[in-house]
Design a protein. Structure first.
Length: 316
């Protein structure tokens, strides 16, 4: 209940309600993008500083390997479910499955903040895991489309270049490295901006995301009840897998919950941008409807507390 009554979550609810009642409340797109850039830079910097303090560890290596494996592999069962139960064609199934192997930065940032407020903080190196998990699923999704005839074959190097040079990946990795190099001393002068204002900016960003998610849900024509149920079920199953993997690796409760949150989240920024270029024939209303309008709100409101509770139960 404390999680649901957090100002961070309540701002998201406010945005969703405003959109559903057709209020004229709006956050300009340029401001929304600026808030997104700030959050990615802030979480990257803070994660890098924490790793700089704690040093490189076996846990970091294990979590990074697990994150990469999850991102590469999770799209495979999702693709099968979408083809068999969701009754989607190969192109759309591949595009959607890529979203569910990649990650949502905002879901992660919200989850990290909720975990910190619940006295179950995740290790700083989970930011590096976040960055690593953004791109492998894009490659898997495009390879699935190629193997099933959904798109003409393209060189693997070209696919990797598109994935690795994505703007959000560059900013996350770059800010993480800056934080790691600068350390606590170098971070101190900019801490009031990137640490002190973090929660307030996150509230405003989630207000915007509530508006966008609810409007997408209201306007999309491609999303059926069957696909909405699949979007929720996939998030829950992926989240449970992430928590079980984190527990098996011996990660602390907060980092285990964070890995569950990452596995359960679905990209709605990096992957849609890649799919728009690589799979233009795929339906944006479908993959954005599922990832942004269904999975994202579910995770923000119910998924994060669920994965945190499971991690706490398995790691008392």
């Amino acid at each position: 209940m404390e999680t649901l009554l957090s100002p961070i979550i309540l701002f998201f609810v406010l945005g969703a309600i405003a959109a559903l009642v057709r209020s004229d409340l709006v956050i300009p797109e340029t401001i929304g993008k600026a808030l997104s850039l700030y959050l990615m830079a802030a979480i990257g910097l803070k994660g890098g500083v924490q790793v700089s303090q704690a040093g490189l560890s076996v846990e970091l290596g294990l979590a990074a390997a697990a994150g990469l494996a999850l991102s590469f592999l999770l799209p495979l069962p999702v693709f099968w479910v979408l083809r068999t139960l969701g009754r989607l064609d190969a192109t759309n199934a591949a595009a959607v499955s890529a979203h569910y192997g990649s990650v949502s930065v905002v879901t992660f940032v919200t989850g990290i903040e909720v975990l910190a407020q619940g006295n179950m903080p995740a290790a700083g190196y989970m930011v590096a895991v976040l960055a690593l998990m953004e791109t492998p699923a894009i490659v898997t999704g495009l390879l699935l489309a190629q193997r099933t005839g959904g798109v003409a074959a393209r060189p693997t190097g070209e696919l990797l270049h598109e994935a690795l040079t994505n703007g959000s990946v560059m900013l996350l990795v770059g800010s993480f490295l800056i934080g790691y190099i600068a350390g606590p001393v170098g971070f101190a002068p900019i801490a009031p901006v990137f640490d002190g204002a973090f929660r307030g900016v996150l509230c405003l960003f989630l207000l915007d995301m509530g508006l966008i998610a609810a409007r997408r849900l209201r306007e999309t024509k491609s999303l059926t009840l069957r696909l909405a149920v699949i979007a929720v079920a996939v998030a829950i199953v992926n989240g449970i897998i992430g928590v079980l993997v984190g527990t098996a690796l011996g990660l602390d409760a907060g980092s285990t919950a964070a890995l569950g949150i990452l596995a359960a989240s679905a990209s709605y920024i990096a992957v849609p941008a890649a799919m728009r270029l690589a799979l233009p024939q795929a339906d944006p209303g479908l993959y954005l409807g599922m990832s942004l309008a269904v999975t994202f709100p579910f995770n923000i409101l119910l998924g994060i507390p669920l994965y945190a509770a499971m991690a706490r139960f398995l790691n008392p």
